[in-house]
Each structure stands twice: as C-alpha cells, then as structure tokens.
Design a binder for this molecule. Sequence first.
Ligand code: NAP
Length: 320
Amino acid sequence: MNETPRVLLVGAGAVGQVFGKYLQAAGCELSFLVKEKYADEARHGFTLYELGILEKDPEPTTFSGFGVQVSNEEVAARRWDQVWLCVSSTALRAGNWVGELARATGEATWIMLQPALDDREWLLQWIAPERLVSGMIPFISFHAPLKPGERLPRPGTAFWLPPMSRGLFSGPPERLQPVIRTLRAGGYPARPTPDVVRDVAIPSAVLTVFVNGLEAAGWSFERFLQRDSLEHVHRAAREAVQVAASHTKGSASTVLPLLRPVLFKLLLPVAAQLTPFDLETYLKVHFTKVGEQTRSMMRTYVDLGRSAGLPIEHLQAASR
Ligand SMILES: NC(=O)c1ccc[n+]([C@@H]2O[C@H](COP(=O)([O-])OP(=O)(O)OC[C@H]3O[C@@H](n4cnc5c(N)ncnc54)[C@H](OP(=O)(O)O)[C@@H]3O)[C@@H](O)[C@H]2O)c1
C-alpha cells in the first residue's frame, strides 16, 4: 500500500460518513461511491455532529474534501488500496454491482462491515479471502435531527462512539495491519481480533431478534416489555444464539443462562438513560430504514438452524 492510502467508501450514509471522517483524519485520499441521486449532496460535503455522553448539544463540523464517484467506470479509472462496504447486507445482494466493482478495483483490500451471519461467505464469491478484512460497527449514527422539534444549527449526521468501545477487525495480517494502522492514525479505536464474525455473531443474534420483537411491539419499549412479548422474544433469541454459535463454531454456553426476560427489563432502561439521544426513536428510525435486512437476517437464522438440525420453532414464529 502507498504512503497515502487511496480509499473508496461504498455508500455515504450514516456509517460511511463516520468511517470517512476517521479515514480522512488519518490522511487518506478519500472517495465515496454513491448512487446518482446522492451525488450532489455528497459533493457539497456533509455536516457531522459528534455526540458525547455529557455533550448533548454538539457543534456541527463540515466533512468535505473527498471525491465522489457514481459509476464503476469512474472507479476503474483510478487505483485503490481499500474498498469499504458501508451499505446494508440487503444492499450488497441487490443486483450484481459487487462483482462488477470487484473487477473495477483490482487488488484493493476490501473491508466488510455487514452484520448477517452469511455475509462473509457471500462476499467470498467475489473477493479472495487473502484480500478480505471483516469488521464490526461499534458506534451509532443517524440523520439528525432525529425527532421533530429537535433544534440543530443545520441537518446532518450525528454519531456516538460509546466510551471504551472498540472497533474490531480481522483478516489476513498483511491486509489487516494497514487498515488498523490507518484507522488508529485517524483517532478511531481499531483493534485486531482473530475472528470478528464469531465475536459479534451472538450479540448480533440477540440484537436482531430484539429489534424484530420491538417492531412487532410497534417500536414501543413499554409494549415490548410486557410479559407475552418478552417471553416470545427471549425464546426466539435463545434459538438464534444457538444458530449463531453453531454456524461460527463458537459457544453459547455462557450466554444462554443469562438470556432471560429479566435481562431485557434491566438493560433497556439503563441503555435508554446512557445514550445521548432518544434510543427508542433511534431504534425505530434506523431499523425501519434497514427493515429488510432484519427480516432477511431472521430468515437466515431459520434456514441455518434448520440445516443444522437446531430448534427454530420460536424463530420461525417471530419471522415475518
Ligand atoms: N447507522 C448505525 O447506527 C449503524 C450501526 C451499526 C450497524 N449499522 C449497519 O451499517 C449498514 C449501513 O447502515 P447505514 O445506517 O449507514 O445506512 P444508510 O444511512 O442507509 O447508508 C447506506 C447508503 O448506501 C447507499 N447504497 C446502497 N447500495 C449502494 C450501492 N450499490 N452503491 C452505492 N451506495 C449504495 C444507500 O442508498 P439508499 O438510501 O438508496 O438505500 C444509502 O445511502 C447497515 O447494515 C446497518 O445495519 C449501522
């Protein structure tokens, strides 16, 4: 990789803008690949708000000075060191753009951040394992204002990196190290781990079933925490955890005893207190935006569970 990494971020939404900010701070030569409908907005630059636990009225900062590409032809005309996939799991599979982009970006390292259990396997159709780095997203980002009536100097993207959070990545060392080094140089808390897909599989399974249940409860914490709703979610979450553990050759034995309805009752109000934004609204807005991804992940747990001969009765009932 050259001294100034040439980085292409696919998708300039809530996640792409935040990674872009850190990569630019690290001195990368940055471009976004966006859909034509977002190109003008991207060319004007973005407004970011970094939230802190005590700082509820952050100042806007302008994020600009990057290239904007809208086609694979434009991408193919340049050389790239890193390609970051900042789109949902379902967007990955929409059409055949991933294969085409893989051909247009030569030997670049690809960084995937998608949450579905089978995303890495799916991407390996197009990207050789020697070039693929996997990561997770420890921050929360959203279009602000989040709620009507919230006052901000101007609309933008707000993001919150919880204290002590770590952005885990894994992959072949000669591809992983430059990614970690670059992110750290930009102030991002990147850490290597042997297998991030396995590390996040169980938390992601619980989150997915929780969000699916929250949607069924009309995105209301109060309705979600009622006895019937909690009972269904907790049973489906236990099944999803077992599927996630089996698929990633991990172990669910420490998590399953803790996974009780009371856990949601205890954690949800605490989480709502700690986040420097309205958590209930964020969950509704964000997971409505990526609703198809949640439904697809639920179907994946059912399918993988069935193939592995694991119990899936509650997952199946919860899937829509
Ligand atoms: N935001 C968070 O707090 C957060 C936290 C953890 C994980 N994640 C995960 O991160 C992923 C991205 O989330 P996000 O919040 O950044 O979503 P987002 O704000 O919708 O951003 C994704 C952007 O990529 C665009 N896009 C889709 N396919 C594309 C393609 N082929 N080429 C170029 N652009 C494309 C989308 O366009 P359209 O608008 O037309 O779809 C959208 O503008 C999701 O899997 C999400 O679950 C997000």
